[in-house]
Design a protein around this ligand. Structure first.
Ligand code: C2E
Ligand code: MG
Ligand code: MG
Length: 460
């Protein structure tokens, strides 16, 4: 780490070309300043009690600021900039107490002009190690330097930026390859039709299955996720992605969703009657964008709680970022009133939405559910593992619980525990099952599922 005599502009040409190629692959230069990154610069400024914090990406000649806290800067020349110091150093740079130095030029002079007595900057790297930009903080008051754990904090904030960039890249390829949701959309061309759905609703053909969520250290069932199925008399059990998109498009999701919420509340009450200790279970119900946008959602939920006699602590509502986006203006208000009722709010499929950090920072979620596409890739190498690690770290910093979705293998289970992920769900522990089957499972002593380490997947 360098402290003073700084020599900039000595980047190797090939290194620089590779660095720029990695930067361009992220697409970050094409976008205006992104409020999604404000959570990170704010966290950095607060943690270090800094006067300013900034996140910028460097192309050949300029620094493109994607977020700044304190002093607002949009764009800077790269030459002789403090970012150039980080690039040239290929690592963290901390400059403190330089104001006494008689000869100031280049970046040090700039720091002086900014009236900064202390500066620290760490690189934001692509997952293959190329520097893309830097996260920096300034203080007007001098400080002695950064303690090793402070430096690690700044670096893990920079890692969060890197994960966001990686998520952006993955999302691009995810969309290009056809996501789960767009595959489901293609089913709509044929069966079912809107009248089929209406008929199913009238004939009470929908059922809720439930998948256990477990505490990963004890394997105790701490909650359940309600997942809708269509028990079609001829076609058998139809998965939600084959009819939920049509239900959403046609508006039938509103009565279907109302049915689902009421059914889940009644089922929670049934389980409590069977054993009052089941009162500690939280059942998550998935909510779609249209349900969320409807007037009076919180009143509706409150009425259901009263009717069924369950406590708000027993209910969770799961929503994806994309269900919030069309109604951003009302989203905050609705989430606030649901929260005031004491209902848990779970951000579903984290990482697949548009601007994950932005929403995480602005909305009052209690729980973040890591999308199963990330869990599924965890054992494929360092990069996907690093994303999951960063998401867990991010949730910890923001004081949220984390549930990893789609745990299928012992290796994923082991890695998630190592990374400090507290909760999980997946076929390794239990598949979604009927309410009756769950009743049996809840009778296990202490509600503890058998250890997948000593038993084949799905042994419960
Ligand atoms: P989701 O909320 O993310 O639900 C988790 C999905 O992952 C479920 O699929 C579950 O069966 C599946 N899953 C769980 N563990 C594993 C695993 O280890 N491996 C794999 N490959 N998959 C696993 P499902 O039941 O098909 O539901 C799909 C989606 O449909 C849900 O995703 C949710 O977005 C939506 N959905 C389900 N029920 C409802 C509902 O009542 N209302 C609304 N609006 N949407 C619902
Ligand atoms: Mg869900
Ligand atoms: Mg999910």
């Amino acid at each position: 780490m360098q402290q003073a005599e700084l020599e900039t502009g000595r980047l190797d040409h090939q290194q620089e070309a590779a660095r720029l190629a990695a930067l361009i692959a992220t697409g970050i230069l094409d976008t205006p300043p992104e409020p999604g990154y404000d959570a990170i610069t704010r966290l950095a400024a607060e943690y270090f009690r800094a006067d300013s914090a900034g996140l910028g990406f460097a192309d050949e000649s300029r620094i493109w600021m994607k977020s700044s806290w304190g002093q607002h800067v949009r764009e800077l020349p790269r030459k002789n900039s403090i970012f150039e110091m980080v690039l040239a150093e290929d690592g963290p740079v901390v400059v403190s107490g330089f104001s006494q130095s008689p000869q100031l030029d280049g970046p040090l002079l700039i720091l002086k002009l900014l009236d900064a007595a202390f500066f620290a900057g760490v690189p934001v790297r692509s997952f293959d190690g190329k520097i893309l930009g830097a996260l920096v903080i300034f203080c007007h008051e001098p400080r002695p330097g950064l303690a090793p754990d402070e430096l690690r904090m700044l670096e893990s904030l920079a890692d969060m930026v890197a994960s966001q960039l990686e998520l952006r890249r993955l999302r691009k390829s995810f969309t290009a390859n056809g996501s789960r949701r767009s595959r489901a959309t293609s089913v709509r061309a044929g069966w079912p039709s809107r009248p089929d759905l209406r008929h199913a609703l009238d004939e009470r053909e929908f059922v809720l299955y439930y998948q256990p969520e477990v505490d990963l250290s004890t394997r105790k069932i701490v909650g359940l996720e309600a997942l809708i199925r269509w028990a079609h008399p001829e076609r058998g059990l139809i998965p939600p992605m084959d009819f939920i998109p049509l239900a959403e498009e046609s508006g039938l999701i509103l009565p279907i969703g109302d049915w689902g919420l009421a059914e889940a509340c009644n089922q929670i009450q049934n389980w409590c009657e069977e054993d009052p200790r089941h009162g500690s279970l939280r059942v998550g119900v998935n909510l779609s964008a249209r349900q969320f946008a409807r007037e009076g959602l919180a009143d509706h939920v409150e009425a259901l709680l009263l009717q069924s006699g369950i406590s708000s602590r027993q209910l969770g509502l799961e929503m994806t970022e994309s269900s919030l986006i069309p109604n951003m203006s009302t989203a905050m208000e609705v989430l606030g009133s649901l929260r005031r009722l004491g209902i848990s709010l779970l951000l579903d499929d984290f990482g697949t939405g548009y601007s994950s950090l932005n929403h995480l920072h602005s909305f009052p979620f209690d729980v973040l559910k890591i999308d199963r596409s990330f869990v599924g890739r965890m054992t494929e190498g360092d990069q996907p593992l690093q994303i999951v690690r960063t998401i867990i770290e991010l949730a910890r910093v923001l004081g949220m619980d984390v549930v990893a979705e789609g745990i299928e293998t012992r290796e994923q289970y082991r890695l998630l525990r190592q990374l400090g992920c507290r909760y999980g769900q997946g076929f390794l522990f239990a598949r979604p099952m009927s309410a009756d089957a769950v009743t049996q499972l809840l009778r296990l002593p202490g509600r503890v599922l058998s250890d997948p380490e000593t038993c084949e997947a799905g042994c419960n």
